[in-house]
Design a protein around this ligand. Structure first.
Ligand code: OKS
Ligand code: ZN
Length: 320
């Protein structure tokens, strides 16, 4: 397995988040990724810095208006400040947890490059590759950022793969939160099957999507599947749901499986609300590894550096 990591994630340093009326420290700290890098290094994984990919790859998923807005805003913010939306709809962010920082455009494009270089390794017939992306991507829609996400790394990777192969892609989203951005991008698409297991949006962020009745539309009907779960669930219930999700993916018979791997379902994570253990992530990797298909793993959330590094290490050493 090759691990891709770009140090330019360190340019993105969000300071705060307006959470339910309170200014809190922004949970998307660089340490959550640095802990994974050092754990993987110690375990002997080969880590590569990606090459740069041109920003035009973003337009396979995102609108030029959104990309240009984010780039201009990011370049105009001074380094000791950050920008929060003032007028939603004009400003292209959908929540108050995701400021525009001076580094976010460069970091988010480097995060996309991390995923794209991992796709290239798969096109060169690597069986499994891991992109240690930050910022994450699964909440970013065609023309919106939010949930700490600016560009949708997994979605751009899927489009890039299809540009080269015309293959079918399944995206399995294991982050605690529903990937509303990924769902939106492929909702009318029958060549990309989006499957997500997450905290029920009745009670958890992102509130607006992730219900079981969201099944895709038009040509895409039947190619979107959500498994909302109650807060507090433990390994056994999670694995039962994962097995169902994997059966659906096997029936779809993809050429590539992309795993949006967030570890914020870990019991020690401060943001997610499942009760999964580090060992549960080994079991998840093992179950997913039973499907015979090339796999691209893309990092999403996971805010406790220790829980994130232990879970990712367990997942990667169990998958094949
Ligand atoms: C409300 C909390 C925002 C949570 C964002 C969740 C980000 C995440 N202010 N997505 O997968 O981990
Ligand atoms: Zn999450």
């Amino acid at each position: 397995m090759i691990v891709f990591y770009d140090r330019r994630h360190l340019f993105h340093l969000p300071m705060k988040e307006l959470d339910n009326g309170n200014w809190i420290e922004n949970p998307d700290r660089p340490e959550r990724i640095e802990s994974v890098r050092s754990a993987l290094e110690s375990a002997g994984f080969q880590i590569k810095e990606p090459r740069d990919y041109h920003c035009s790859h973003l337009f396979q998923v995102h609108t030029p208006e959104y990309v240009e807005w984010l780039k201009a805003k990011s370049n105009s913010v001074s380094r000791d400040r950050e920008y929060f939306p003032e007028v939603f709809g004009y400003d292209k962010l959908f929540d108050t947890g995701t400021p525009v920082t001076s580094g976010c455009y460069v970091s988010a494009l480097a995060s996309v490059s991390t995923a794209l270089n991992a796709v290239d390794s798969i096109l060169e017939s690597e069986p499994v590759s891991y992109a240690l992306c930050r910022p994450p991507g699964h909440h970013a829609g065609k023309s919106t950022g939010g949930g700490y996400c600016y560009f949708n790394n997994a979605a751009i990777a899927a489009k890039y793969y299809q540009k080269h192969t015309r293959g079918y892609v399944a995206i399995l989203d294991l982050d605690f939160h529903h990937g509303n951005g990924t769902q939106e991008i492929f909702y009318y698409d029958d060549t990309v099957f989006y499957v997500s297991i997450h905290g029920d949006p009745k009670n958890f962020y992102p509130w607006i999507s992730g219900n079981s009745w969201e099944i895709g539309s038009d040509t895409g009907e039947g190619f979107n599947m959500n498994f909302p779960l109650a807060g507090g669930i433990e390994g056994p219930e999670y694995m039962r749901t994962l097995s169902k999700a994997l059966q659906e993916i096997e029936d779809f018979s993809p050429d590539l499986m992309i795993i949006s791997l967030g570890t914020d379902g870990h019991k020690d994570d401060g943001i997610g609300h499942f009760n999964l253990s580090s060992e549960d992530y080994s079991m998840m990797g093992k179950l997913i590894g039973e499907i015979e298909v090339q796999k691209l793993i893309v990092q999403e959330g996971g805010y406790n550096p220790n829980a994130n590094s232990a879970s990712v290490l367990n997942f990667l050493t169990s998958i094949r």
